[in-house]
Design a protein around this ligand. Structure first.
Ligand code: GCU
Length: 796
């Protein structure tokens, strides 16, 4: 399925009365909430929509429930009424609000009356956070539009339909499961039907800022890149992006489609779980202004590592469903999100997997504020009808809307395309196209999916063909639960043909909270704990594992789990019961995460302390080992997974300084290796680079070259054999640059030589964010803010 087809399909959709292009960041728009009690009619036969011959009622037909009709006199027959009927709270599912609707799957009609006075020069939209599963929306008896998919937002413009005064809004909601739906008919969560998230009226200017993307550019720590989309007649305008705290003030002009791109450098305090820094952002055009709070962080993969802001991160996670923490049914409020994420924090998580569908926006906004990294997923779950174009289009639309709503949330690091889907050519093509679409729409985040694994001769393999086009492998494993709880089963090797990081996206066991017995008794808390105790050492043994998200934070409803007493239609793999009571395994995982965090902190501290005590700018990639060097601790980099870089110029503003390195470069390694990179700050010319060259037998040399011309201006012409220790000192003073190797001057140049092409003063500095892949051992890396002389330079 070619990518182009996807885009043309998505555009086509908006012309068919399907939901229009999404308004993002509704929290910061002019809104009126329609939450509250709505009048309803339960209509299992869809009698309000079809006549007895299954013909759809035409608009204006009084019999149709969407007409919200009333008998015009005492003799007229009308067999429905919203006025005297039942009510349901919106937002909220119907299954948990009315005992009789617990298992109900079918149509329910919702009606909400509202008064509105739309000012002359304004536009009005109706916005739904989510409606499960199919929604058809009517205003004053007129069909506004329809939407499919239970977990993504949608909106319609109603400027020409809204009346000045009382309006009748009617929504036909149907949550019947279907084979060609997404999710399909078999699922392990409750199919909560209803208007499950908030409903808003949104008032906008004639031309307003509908959408924007403001994030760090890929692989950058200081370049903000993005775009702005206006909606309305006056599409060509100048638009300004302000991030006052970061001293960013950028004005761009939108084109005839109301679209403009931008890119600028900024000195940013990067967002992370330890420092969930959000910047107030203001975007204003001649006719509109919108504010937001946005964090900036970089997320990348390197070898089998996931890098947050350039440093390897271990994801201490937990999975959760969007179920309310302290009552039955769907979670939908800020308070619900707060309690659920507080529990995750209490576990000492730095990461959550929101399964198996996009959760409400309160959840992702709060994750931004609380510093929790997020895996967000579309419900491509188990066995879909992969070869049906309409099924693909549905998935593609849900993916687009998931990304669209949350693309400015720093907390979200991974878009997941699927969960436990069976391998087939049609499925592989389906998911490959979704991966391409996701990368096109948002090149700044990682793509993953929760895969199943194979097992042969004591080796568990994660070789699913779609791993090819994922950045991160997710794998669900239930060692010790599905099958025997035999400790031997955990004594297994994990392998994959992919050089990629893996997250164990699910693992765990069930237990009925409060049921205690010996560890071999299923459903006891002891059994669950025993599984976790055996999981931890196995997980620690997997070299390419970058994190875990056990299944699951809280017991949740599922029609797949009817076992009386122990399940009662609950999946019991939660670490907390449906009443909020913690199971023993909750504290086991908490302890394991505390240990993981302590380990990480110690290792990082050791590395930083040894390289340049107190220096914060050095970032480590991979997990280089601490080894014995000539003068005590040293660091060994394997040149493949391990590297280092500086995210700030340690000699910023210094005219005089010395950088010394004591290192032993080794032969081998599969790429050109660099030891140090000195460049002209702001200029395009390069000063000094020490690198290892030469096929087969490697040599170290250093030279000055001009970046733009790529020609070597000066080279030391000293080719040093590898596998021996070198002391290198770069000394900058009074406009000269000298490079000494083992105390011998090998290269000399003038700072002036570096005059940047675009003018301005030249100064030299360490090239920022340039990753140094180096194979060998570094015993010291020292920066002295003055020019060292004579003997000081030939210590070896
Ligand atoms: C699966 C699936 C979950 C399910 C869980 C379980 O892996 O992804 O949705 O609830 O296993 O069996 O409990």
């Amino acid at each position: 399925m070619k990518t182009i087809t996807i885009i043309s399909f998505l555009v086509a959709l908006s012309f068919k009365g399907y939901a229009q292009e999404l308004l993002i960041n509704v929290d910061n728009r002019t809104t009126k909430s329609l939450n509250g009690q709505w009048d309803i009619i339960i209509d299992p036969l869809e009698n309000g929509y079809y006549n007895f011959h299954l013909k759809e009622h035409a608009e204006g037909t009084k019999k149709a429930f969407f007409s919200d009709g009333r008998p015009s006199d005492k003799s007229e027959l009308l067999e429905y009424s919203f006025d005297t009927g039942e009510k349901l709270h919106v937002p909220g599912d119907w299954n948990s609000q009315k005992e009789k609707l617990l298992f109900y799957e079918g149509t329910v009609w919702y009606r909400r009356k509202f008064n509105y006075k739309l000012p002359e020069n304004k536009r009005l939209f109706i916005y739904f956070g989510a409606v499960n599963y199919e929604a058809i929306v009517y205003l004053n008896g007129k069909k506004i539009g329809e939407h499919t998919g239970g977990f993504t937002p949608f909106n319609f413009e109603i400027s020409d339909v809204v009346k000045q005064g009382e309006n009748s809004l009617v929504v036909k909601v149907d949550n019947k499961r279907k084979k060609d739906a997404i999710p399909t008919t078999m699922l392990d969560w409750w199919n909560y039907g209803g208007i499950n998230r908030r409903v808003l009226l949104i008032e906008e200017e004639q031309t307003f800022i509908r959408d924007y993307h403001v994030q760090l550019a890929n692989d950058s720590f200081n370049e903000i890149r993005g775009w702005i989309q206006l909606d309305g007649e006056a599409r060509q305008q100048s638009v300004t992006l302000n991030i006052a705290e970061a001293d960013v003030h950028k004005t761009v002009n939108t084109n005839s489609d109301g679209y403009a791109k931008f890119a600028m450098k900024a000195n940013l305090d990067l967002w992370s779980p330890e420092n969930p820094k959000l910047y107030p952002v203001k975007i204003s055009s001649a006719t509109d202004t919108i504010r937001d709070e946005i964090g900036f962080r970089s997320i990348q993969v390197a070898g089998t590592q996931i890098l947050l802001n350039g440093s390897p991160i271990y994801l201490r996670g937990i999975c959760l469903h969007e179920e309310a923490p302290t009552r039955e049914g769907r979670a939908y409020s800020h308070e619900d999100a707060q309690i659920l994420l507080n529990w995750a924090k209490e576990l000492n998580c730095n990461y959550v997997r929101l399964a198996h569908y996009p959760h409400n926006e309160y959840m992702t906004r709060l994750a931004d504020r609380m510093g929790l990294l997020v895996w967000s997923e579309i419900p491509v779950y188990w066995a879909l009808q992969w070869d049906k174009p309409e099924v693909f289009n549905n998935a593609s639309r849900q993916l687009k809307d998931m990304i669209s709503r949350d693309k400015n949330k720093a907390s979200i690091i991974i878009w997941s395309l699927a969960n436990e889907t069976p391998e087939s050519d049609a499925r592989n093509t389906f998911l490959h196209s979704l991966a391409k679409q996701a990368r096109l729409q948002d090149p700044t985040r990682l793509i993953s999916a929760a895969l199943l694994h194979g097992k042969a001769e004591g080796v568990i393999r994660v070789d699913d063909p779609i791993g090819e086009f994922l950045d991160v492998l997710g794998c669900n494993e239930y060692t010790g639960w599905y099958g025997d709880m035999d400790p031997e089963l955990f004594n297994v090797k994990w392998e994959t043909k992919y050089r990629k990081p893996m997250i164990m996206s699910e693992l765990g066991a069930g237990a009925l909270q409060g049921f205690h017995a010996d560890p071999d008794t299923r459903w006891s808390e002891e059994f669950q704990s025993n599984v976790y105790k055996h999981q931890f050492p196995m997980l620690d043994s997997i070299s390419f594992l970058s994190g875990i998200s056990p299944w699951i934070l809280k017991d949740f409803r599922s029609a797949r789990r009817p076992l009386p007493v122990f399940q009662d239609y609950y999946n019991r793999k939660g670490l907390i019961s449906e009443y909020g009571e913690k199971k023993d395994a909750f504290f086991l995982l908490q302890e394991y995460y505390n240990k993981k965090q302590r380990e990480k902190d110690i290792r990082l501290w050791q590395l930083k302390e040894f390289i340049s005590p107190g220096y914060q700018g050095l970032k480590i990639i991979g997990s280089p080992k601490i080894v014995e060097g000539p003068f005590g601790a040293a660091v060994y980099f394997d040149g493949e997974n391990d590297a280092y870089f500086l995210d700030e110029n340690p000699v910023q503003g210094l005219d005089e300084f010395t950088i010394e390195m004591l290192f032993k470069p080794e032969t081998g390694g599969d790429r050109e290796q660099r030891v140090l990179h000195i460049g002209s700050v702001g200029g395009d010319r390069l000063l000094l680079e020490t690198r290892l060259t030469g096929e087969g037998n490697w040599y170290m040399d250093s030279y000055i070259k001009s970046r733009d011309a790529h020609c070597v201006l000066k080279s030391s012409d000293y080719l040093h054999p590898l596998d021996q220790w070198y002391h290198m000192a770069l000394v900058v003073e009074k406009g000269t640059i000298k490079n000494y190797v083992n105390g011998k001057l090998e290269l000399e140049g003038k700072v002036e030589d570096l005059k940047p092409i675009y003018g301005g003063r030249t100064s030299v500095g360490v090239r920022q964010n340039k990753v140094f892949w180096f194979k060998g051992t570094i015993a010291s890396f020292k920066i002295t803010p003055k020019a060292l002389k004579g003997d000081e330079l030939n210590r070896i």
